[in-house]
Ligand binder design. Structure first.
Ligand code: BG6
Length: 469
């Protein structure tokens, strides 16, 4: 009997890894870098801060060489806005340009495609001081100016661009917008929707500019959909999951790709008195300049039940709203395992997201983040046996492969993260990398790079073009 060979990934499939500037670079006050809102965060003293991070600024050559050895075809990283424009606008810091020039040139030498995120959480503090940053319409012009500086200096070599990382996440964390005063939940929501609207306009303008300035440039947002799965077969739970997906995820893609406030999102904003100030011409600009692809950061699913509450007393823990009065609430799911941090690990959710994005927007997807945070342990003989991470990545890659085999367009897979980074909320206590960085929260140690078991596994996945997952 003839064996049907396992389908492989396309030959030009971008197997890669991801990072972000503030979580990797360090060198927070070197060579003219200005302050970002992240530098101004009060850190719990038990957690690592971002001053040194994993010292990528000084060790990028070693790090990129490790990427090359693993056979990476793409590296997604962000540029630090305040390293390039220390005040967020105004004078360019040429030392910042030179640093990223070196990074890009080395990647290209090794045939690793640079995928650049223009802004990944580290908004310049200068713009907050000048006019409250994203809360002001002025933020649009400054973002677009910053993007134009990047396109001008790097557009000859960088062809894949990401506009804003996880807009929906950042708008709900006032301190990441640089706003530190005490606020009620309603005030936070109002600020969030106005900031989000400005980001949508800025995104459309940056897309337009990228197409004008970068030959063959491709650009899109990096979204963070946490797919909502109905908690039961009850029609009201199924509807609640649909509503959750609209309000928590697709509302934003409807803005970016279609230039519309979807009906349910509009009603949601009006009911709560948080509809932003808009200009009609902005929506037209979004319609005329949709993204070329959608970046997807996928980590988890959420299980959704109908909520019959008429009023919610409190937003709930963290940035994800646990409940929306009269619409949905997030519940646990006996069929889905959770990580140590309570994240619902659901590989099939990745397939659901890819299919839904294609069906709704007819656009390809680039996976810009996917990975497992864990407290890896270095053994005495300097090994990290992270079999759990291999399982997680393998399960997700299998879903991706099924999408590709069916014909859904997927450009690449940049896992989070190539090397350990400072986790947003858990410092060095939660590692995602394929490469271990020898430092703890309180001790920089020697910052040595040590390949984990998952590093070797991923190298083989790439070498076999996905035949051995
Ligand atoms: C994404 C961010 O939300 O999730 C990354 O883009 C972040 O910056 C990653 O590190 C994982 O989250 P955390 O909080 O576990 O580091």
């Amino acid at each position: 009997m003839k064996m049907i060979p396992e389908p492989l990934f396309p030959k030009d499939f971008l197997f890669g890894g991801s990072s972000s500037a503030f979580q990797a670079e360090g060198a927070y006050d070197e060579h003219g870098r200005g302050r970002s809102v992240i530098d101004m965060l009060l850190r719990n003293e038990k957690l690592a801060d971002y001053k040194v991070a994993v010292d990528h600024y000084h060790r990028f050559e070693e790090d990129i060489k490790l990427m090359h050895e693993a056979g990476l075809r793409a590296y997604r990283f962000s540029m630090s806005w305040s390293r390039i424009l220390p005040e967020g606008n105004g004078e360019i810091n040429m030392a910042g340009i030179e640093f990223y020039d070196k990074v890009i040139n080395l990647l290209l030498k090794y045939k690793i495609e640079p995928v650049v995120t223009i802004y990944h959480f580290d908004y310049p503090q200068g713009l907050v001081d000048q006019y409250q940053g994203w809360l002001s319409r002025q933020s649009i012009e400054d973002y677009v100016h910053y993007a134009s500086v990047l396109f001008k200096h790097f557009g000859d070599r960088v062809k894949y661009w990401l506009t804003i990382n996880e807009q929906d996440h950042v708008i709900h964390l006032p301190e990441r917008l640089g706003i530190k005063r005490e606020m009620t939940d309603k005030e936070i929501d109002k600020i969030a929707t106005q900031a989000s609207y400005h980001m949508c306009v800025a995104t459309a303008k940056a897309i337009k500019l990228c197409h004008e300035m970068v030959e063959n440039g491709k650009i899109g947002p990096a979204m963070n959909p946490m797919i909502g799965i109905p908690a039961s077969m009850k029609p009201e739970d199924v509807q609640a999951a649909i509503d959750y997906n609209e309000i928590a995820s697709y509302y934003l893609l409807d803005m970016h790709c279609k230039g519309i406030f979807s009906p349910i999102y509009k009603k949601y904003l009006l009911d709560r008195g948080i509809f932003p100030q808009i200009e009609e011409a902005d929506l037209e600009e979004m319609r005329t300049h949709p993204p070329d692809f959608i970046g997807v950061n996928y980590y988890m699913a959420k299980t959704i039940e109908h909520s019959s509450e008429t009023e919610i007393k409190h937003r709930g823990k963290g940035v994800i709203k646990q409940e929306e009065a009269g619409i949905y609430k997030i519940v646990s799911n006996p069929h889905i395992p959770v990580s140590e941090w309570g994240w619902e690990i659901c590989a099939p959710g990745l397939k659901m997201v890819i299919m839904e994005i294609f069906n709704r927007y007819n656009l390809p997807v680039l996976i810009t983040e996917n990975g497992l945070g864990a407290l890896d342990e270095l053994t005495e003989d300097k090994q990290i046996d992270d079999e759990y991470r291999i399982r997680y990545l393998s399960d997700h890659l299998k879903q991706l492969k099924e999408c590709i085999d069916m014909g859904y367009p997927v450009i690449g897979y940049c896992l989070w993260s190539f090397m350990d980074l400072i986790s947003g909320h858990d410092g060095m206590g939660k590692r995602y990398g394929l490469v271990y960085i020898n430092r703890s929260n309180s001790d920089l140690m020697d910052l040595a790079r040590i390949k984990k078991k998952s590093y070797h596994w991923y190298a083989n996945v790439i070498a076999t073009n996905g035949a051995e997952l």
